[in-house]
Write a protein that binds this ligand. Structure first.
Ligand code: HEC
Ligand code: HEC
Length: 166
């Protein structure tokens, strides 16, 4: 093999490595759908039914630490995948499933809303079509009680970050 060809192959290998890394890092919800959801279903339902916090650690009902478990589950996931997925599952365990109760009958999942109906304009989360702040949208849309508006806004703000890996 000639030197330039070896160089090109090495460059290609590096490129595909970088692409694979960002494919996992880009959208935590897509990562879940591709790598976990086939066996475990919807992430929010799985985490809220199966996991719990014990002394601040995310564990399952058999007392296993989730991050430690994932390091060997199905042959073991990379530290990046384990950290990203564990933080998403943890946030779900810590918050009520308002989206599923109030919005899912029309919008499927919060990740889909974040990808298709929300954007950030001047640092504010807004509806992509109306350009109105989401806080305002939620006051008139989806039968959201006043005390549910804050938690729902927080959830969608988090999910919007998770689908863009921010
Ligand atoms: C091929 C199917 C399959 C895939 C893919 C899969 N799992 Fe699992 N997972 C299982 C099975 C089966 C169990 C129960 C095994 C056990 O309890 O030891 C399990 C258990 C778990 C548990 C412990 C929860 C419990 O029931 O006590 C967690 C957490 C978990 N999986 C997370 C994940 C995550 C995160 C991914 C993706 C990165 C993933 N799994 C991918 C099949 C799968
Ligand atoms: C009865 C059906 C229904 C329910 C329930 C519902 N929506 Fe919608 N929502 C829609 C429709 C239809 C649109 C118009 C956009 C589209 O075609 O998807 C929309 C638009 C939106 C938009 C874009 C608004 C804009 O100003 O650009 C957001 C954000 C949104 N919904 C979030 C939610 C959230 C969060 C909930 C739960 C509290 C919810 N929706 C409940 C049907 C619904």
């Amino acid at each position: 093999m000639t030197a330039p060809r070896r160089f090109r192959m090495a460059a290609l290998a590096l490129l595909s490595f970088v692409a694979a890394g960002s494919a996992y890092g880009d959208d935590l919800h897509k990562l879940w759908d591709q790598r976990c959801g086939g066996c475990h279903g919807h992430a929010g339902t799985f985490s809220r039914n199966t996991l719990l916090l014990v002394d601040g650690h995310l564990g399952d009902r058999k007392g296993r630490d989730v991050e430690a478990f994932l390091k060997s589950h199905n042959g073991g996931y990379s530290p990046e995948v384990v950290a990203g997925i564990a933080s998403m599952l943890r946030a779900q365990v810590e918050t009520p499933d308002l989206f599923r109760r109030l919005c899912a009958q029309c919008h499927e999942t919060a990740a889909v809303v974040a990808r298709t109906l929300l954007s950030v304009e001047d640092g504010v989360l807004v509806g992509r079509q109306s350009h109105r702040p989401l806080a305002e949208v939620l006051r008139r849309h989806g039968d959201v009680e006043e005390d549910q508006q804050g938690p729902l806004l927080e959830t969608l703000t988090r999910v919007e970050r998770e689908v863009h890996h921010r």
